[in-house]
Design a protein around this ligand. Structure first.
Ligand code: ZN
Ligand code: ZN
Length: 265
Protein backbone atom coordinates (compact mmCIF):
# COMPACT_ATOMS: atom_id res chain seq x y z
CA UNK A 1 0.00 0.00 0.00
CA UNK A 2 2.86 2.30 0.94
CA UNK A 3 4.65 1.57 -2.34
CA UNK A 4 1.42 2.48 -4.17
CA UNK A 5 1.11 5.69 -2.13
CA UNK A 6 4.58 6.74 -3.28
CA UNK A 7 3.53 6.21 -6.96
CA UNK A 8 7.15 5.98 -8.21
CA UNK A 9 6.29 5.20 -11.85
CA UNK A 10 3.71 8.00 -12.14
CA UNK A 11 6.02 10.50 -10.41
CA UNK A 12 9.07 9.61 -12.52
CA UNK A 13 6.99 9.76 -15.73
CA UNK A 14 5.58 13.16 -14.74
CA UNK A 15 9.05 14.41 -13.81
CA UNK A 16 10.47 13.31 -17.18
CA UNK A 17 7.56 14.87 -19.06
CA UNK A 18 8.07 18.25 -17.34
CA UNK A 19 11.84 17.99 -17.82
CA UNK A 20 11.51 17.32 -21.56
CA UNK A 21 8.87 20.07 -21.89
CA UNK A 22 11.09 22.78 -20.34
CA UNK A 23 14.24 21.43 -22.02
CA UNK A 24 12.53 21.89 -25.40
CA UNK A 25 11.20 25.30 -24.40
CA UNK A 26 14.62 26.57 -23.24
CA UNK A 27 16.09 25.26 -26.48
CA UNK A 28 13.64 27.34 -28.54
CA UNK A 29 13.64 30.43 -26.29
CA UNK A 30 17.07 30.58 -24.61
CA UNK A 31 17.88 33.40 -22.17
CA UNK A 32 21.67 33.09 -22.56
CA UNK A 33 24.19 31.43 -24.83
CA UNK A 34 25.88 28.46 -23.10
CA UNK A 35 29.48 29.17 -22.02
CA UNK A 36 30.50 25.52 -21.75
CA UNK A 37 29.84 22.14 -23.34
CA UNK A 38 26.14 21.42 -22.78
CA UNK A 39 26.45 17.71 -23.58
CA UNK A 40 29.12 17.14 -20.92
CA UNK A 41 27.24 19.25 -18.38
CA UNK A 42 24.06 17.28 -18.89
CA UNK A 43 25.89 13.95 -18.64
CA UNK A 44 27.51 15.01 -15.34
CA UNK A 45 24.41 16.63 -13.84
CA UNK A 46 22.19 13.63 -14.55
CA UNK A 47 24.88 11.18 -13.39
CA UNK A 48 25.08 13.05 -10.06
CA UNK A 49 21.30 12.88 -9.78
CA UNK A 50 21.11 9.13 -10.50
CA UNK A 51 23.93 8.39 -8.01
CA UNK A 52 22.19 10.57 -5.39
CA UNK A 53 18.84 8.82 -5.83
CA UNK A 54 20.33 5.29 -5.80
CA UNK A 55 22.39 6.03 -2.64
CA UNK A 56 19.35 7.58 -0.97
CA UNK A 57 17.30 4.41 -1.58
CA UNK A 58 20.16 2.30 -0.18
CA UNK A 59 20.89 4.46 2.87
CA UNK A 60 17.42 5.58 3.92
CA UNK A 61 14.49 3.15 3.75
CA UNK A 62 12.06 6.00 4.51
CA UNK A 63 10.50 8.53 2.14
CA UNK A 64 8.57 11.73 2.83
CA UNK A 65 5.31 10.02 1.84
CA UNK A 66 5.99 6.92 3.95
CA UNK A 67 6.75 9.21 6.92
CA UNK A 68 3.38 10.95 6.42
CA UNK A 69 1.62 7.55 6.37
CA UNK A 70 3.40 6.40 9.53
CA UNK A 71 2.67 9.73 11.28
CA UNK A 72 -1.02 9.41 10.36
CA UNK A 73 -1.22 5.77 11.56
CA UNK A 74 0.24 6.84 14.91
CA UNK A 75 -1.64 10.16 15.28
CA UNK A 76 1.67 11.99 15.23
CA UNK A 77 2.12 15.65 14.28
CA UNK A 78 0.02 18.83 14.34
CA UNK A 79 -2.48 18.10 11.56
CA UNK A 80 -3.09 14.52 12.76
CA UNK A 81 -4.32 15.85 16.10
CA UNK A 82 -6.53 18.76 15.08
CA UNK A 83 -9.60 18.52 12.85
CA UNK A 84 -9.10 20.97 9.98
CA UNK A 85 -11.30 21.45 6.91
CA UNK A 86 -9.31 19.75 4.12
CA UNK A 87 -8.97 22.96 2.07
CA UNK A 88 -7.49 24.94 4.98
CA UNK A 89 -5.17 22.05 5.85
CA UNK A 90 -4.08 21.84 2.21
CA UNK A 91 -3.22 25.56 2.00
CA UNK A 92 -1.47 25.60 5.38
CA UNK A 93 0.54 22.44 4.69
CA UNK A 94 1.62 23.78 1.31
CA UNK A 95 2.72 27.13 2.78
CA UNK A 96 4.50 25.57 5.77
CA UNK A 97 6.34 22.95 3.70
CA UNK A 98 7.42 25.62 1.21
CA UNK A 99 8.56 27.91 4.03
CA UNK A 100 10.59 25.04 5.52
CA UNK A 101 12.33 24.58 2.14
CA UNK A 102 13.12 28.32 2.07
CA UNK A 103 14.65 28.11 5.58
CA UNK A 104 16.62 25.00 4.61
CA UNK A 105 18.04 26.82 1.57
CA UNK A 106 19.05 29.87 3.65
CA UNK A 107 20.81 27.54 6.13
CA UNK A 108 22.57 25.78 3.23
CA UNK A 109 24.31 29.08 2.50
CA UNK A 110 24.87 30.28 6.07
CA UNK A 111 26.15 27.09 7.79
CA UNK A 112 29.70 26.48 6.45
CA UNK A 113 29.61 22.65 6.56
CA UNK A 114 26.29 22.55 4.66
CA UNK A 115 27.47 25.21 2.18
CA UNK A 116 30.47 22.98 1.43
CA UNK A 117 27.97 20.38 0.16
CA UNK A 118 25.43 22.79 -1.39
CA UNK A 119 28.16 24.44 -3.46
CA UNK A 120 28.17 21.40 -5.79
CA UNK A 121 24.81 22.73 -7.02
CA UNK A 122 26.26 26.24 -7.36
CA UNK A 123 29.45 25.09 -9.10
CA UNK A 124 27.55 24.66 -12.38
CA UNK A 125 28.84 27.45 -14.62
CA UNK A 126 25.66 27.55 -16.64
CA UNK A 127 22.03 27.25 -15.64
CA UNK A 128 19.40 25.12 -17.35
CA UNK A 129 16.91 22.35 -16.57
CA UNK A 130 19.77 19.91 -15.83
CA UNK A 131 21.01 22.12 -12.95
CA UNK A 132 17.71 21.40 -11.17
CA UNK A 133 18.93 17.85 -10.47
CA UNK A 134 22.61 18.66 -9.73
CA UNK A 135 22.61 17.97 -5.98
CA UNK A 136 25.36 16.03 -4.20
CA UNK A 137 24.25 12.68 -2.61
CA UNK A 138 24.99 14.10 0.86
CA UNK A 139 22.71 17.08 0.20
CA UNK A 140 19.91 14.80 -1.00
CA UNK A 141 20.35 12.67 2.14
CA UNK A 142 20.39 15.66 4.53
CA UNK A 143 17.39 17.20 2.71
CA UNK A 144 15.40 13.99 3.16
CA UNK A 145 16.22 13.82 6.90
CA UNK A 146 15.14 17.48 7.21
CA UNK A 147 11.91 16.84 5.26
CA UNK A 148 11.12 13.77 7.40
CA UNK A 149 11.57 15.89 10.57
CA UNK A 150 9.27 18.63 9.22
CA UNK A 151 6.62 16.04 8.26
CA UNK A 152 6.81 14.45 11.72
CA UNK A 153 6.17 17.87 13.29
CA UNK A 154 3.36 18.88 10.91
CA UNK A 155 1.71 15.48 10.32
CA UNK A 156 0.28 16.36 6.88
CA UNK A 157 -1.73 13.84 4.84
CA UNK A 158 0.34 11.66 2.48
CA UNK A 159 -1.64 12.93 -0.53
CA UNK A 160 -0.67 16.54 0.27
CA UNK A 161 2.99 15.49 0.60
CA UNK A 162 2.85 13.82 -2.83
CA UNK A 163 1.25 16.92 -4.40
CA UNK A 164 3.83 19.20 -2.74
CA UNK A 165 6.76 17.05 -3.90
CA UNK A 166 5.48 16.98 -7.51
CA UNK A 167 4.96 20.78 -7.51
CA UNK A 168 8.39 21.37 -5.92
CA UNK A 169 10.32 19.27 -8.43
CA UNK A 170 8.35 20.80 -11.34
CA UNK A 171 8.99 24.36 -10.17
CA UNK A 172 12.70 23.56 -9.66
CA UNK A 173 12.92 22.46 -13.31
CA UNK A 174 11.04 25.61 -14.39
CA UNK A 175 13.07 28.11 -12.37
CA UNK A 176 16.43 26.60 -13.38
CA UNK A 177 15.51 26.65 -17.08
CA UNK A 178 17.57 28.85 -19.41
CA UNK A 179 14.27 30.29 -20.52
CA UNK A 180 13.51 33.76 -21.83
CA UNK A 181 10.05 34.66 -20.60
CA UNK A 182 8.35 37.78 -21.98
CA UNK A 183 9.09 40.62 -19.50
CA UNK A 184 5.39 41.14 -18.72
CA UNK A 185 4.81 37.43 -18.01
CA UNK A 186 7.91 37.31 -15.80
CA UNK A 187 6.70 40.40 -13.92
CA UNK A 188 3.28 38.86 -13.30
CA UNK A 189 4.53 35.38 -12.35
CA UNK A 190 7.23 36.60 -9.94
CA UNK A 191 4.59 38.31 -7.81
CA UNK A 192 3.67 34.77 -6.64
CA UNK A 193 6.18 32.19 -7.89
CA UNK A 194 9.92 32.01 -8.49
CA UNK A 195 10.76 32.62 -12.16
CA UNK A 196 13.95 31.58 -14.03
CA UNK A 197 15.29 35.18 -13.95
CA UNK A 198 14.70 35.30 -10.20
CA UNK A 199 16.54 32.05 -9.46
CA UNK A 200 19.38 32.81 -11.94
CA UNK A 201 20.53 35.72 -9.75
CA UNK A 202 20.87 33.21 -6.89
CA UNK A 203 23.47 31.38 -9.04
CA UNK A 204 25.59 34.51 -9.58
CA UNK A 205 29.33 34.38 -8.74
CA UNK A 206 28.80 37.57 -6.72
CA UNK A 207 27.94 36.75 -3.11
CA UNK A 208 25.72 39.82 -2.72
CA UNK A 209 23.50 38.25 -5.42
CA UNK A 210 23.80 34.54 -4.54
CA UNK A 211 22.68 35.40 -1.00
CA UNK A 212 19.31 36.46 -2.43
CA UNK A 213 16.29 34.74 -3.99
CA UNK A 214 16.35 31.54 -1.92
CA UNK A 215 12.75 30.57 -2.71
CA UNK A 216 11.83 27.53 -4.78
CA UNK A 217 8.04 27.75 -5.17
CA UNK A 218 6.65 31.00 -3.78
CA UNK A 219 8.47 34.30 -4.24
CA UNK A 220 6.89 36.02 -1.22
CA UNK A 221 9.26 34.43 1.36
CA UNK A 222 12.14 36.37 -0.19
CA UNK A 223 10.08 39.57 -0.32
CA UNK A 224 8.99 39.12 3.32
CA UNK A 225 12.47 38.39 4.72
CA UNK A 226 14.51 40.93 2.76
CA UNK A 227 16.25 38.44 0.48
CA UNK A 228 14.51 39.47 -2.74
CA UNK A 229 16.57 40.87 -5.61
CA UNK A 230 15.67 42.00 -9.10
CA UNK A 231 18.22 43.30 -11.61
CA UNK A 232 17.91 44.63 -15.13
CA UNK A 233 16.96 42.55 -18.12
CA UNK A 234 20.37 43.21 -19.74
CA UNK A 235 22.28 42.02 -16.67
CA UNK A 236 21.01 38.45 -17.12
CA UNK A 237 22.71 38.16 -20.51
CA UNK A 238 26.18 39.12 -19.26
CA UNK A 239 26.23 37.96 -15.61
CA UNK A 240 28.68 35.23 -14.58
CA UNK A 241 27.29 32.07 -13.01
CA UNK A 242 28.90 29.52 -10.71
CA UNK A 243 31.52 29.81 -7.99
CA UNK A 244 34.03 32.67 -8.01
CA UNK A 245 36.79 30.25 -6.96
CA UNK A 246 36.11 27.83 -9.82
CA UNK A 247 35.71 29.99 -12.90
CA UNK A 248 38.73 28.43 -14.58
CA UNK A 249 37.94 24.89 -13.39
CA UNK A 250 36.26 22.29 -15.57
CA UNK A 251 33.23 21.83 -13.33
CA UNK A 252 31.67 19.33 -15.77
CA UNK A 253 33.68 16.42 -14.39
CA UNK A 254 31.67 13.89 -12.40
CA UNK A 255 34.40 12.79 -9.97
CA UNK A 256 35.46 16.41 -9.35
CA UNK A 257 31.84 17.31 -8.55
CA UNK A 258 31.40 14.38 -6.16
CA UNK A 259 34.66 15.22 -4.34
CA UNK A 260 34.07 18.99 -4.16
CA UNK A 261 32.56 18.94 -0.61
CA UNK A 262 35.77 17.34 0.68
CA UNK A 263 38.16 19.79 -0.98
CA UNK A 264 39.24 22.98 0.77
CA UNK A 265 38.96 25.94 -1.61
ZN1 ZN B 1 21.65 27.97 -3.14
ZN1 ZN C 1 19.51 26.44 -7.99
Amino acid sequence: MVVNMDMPIIRISLFLFILVFFALLENFYPRRRPVCNTKKRWRTNFSISIISQVLLQLMLPLSAVLTAVLASDNNFGLFNNIEWPILIEGVLVFLLLDFSIYIQHVLSHKVPIIWQIHKVHHSDRELDTSTAVRFHPLEIYISMLYKISVILILGPSAVLVIIFEIVLSSSAIFNHANLKLPTKIDGLLRKVIVTPDMHRLHHSVRECESNKNYGFNFSFWDRSFGTYLKLSDEYHKKMTLGLESHQSTNTNRLIWSLLLPFVKK
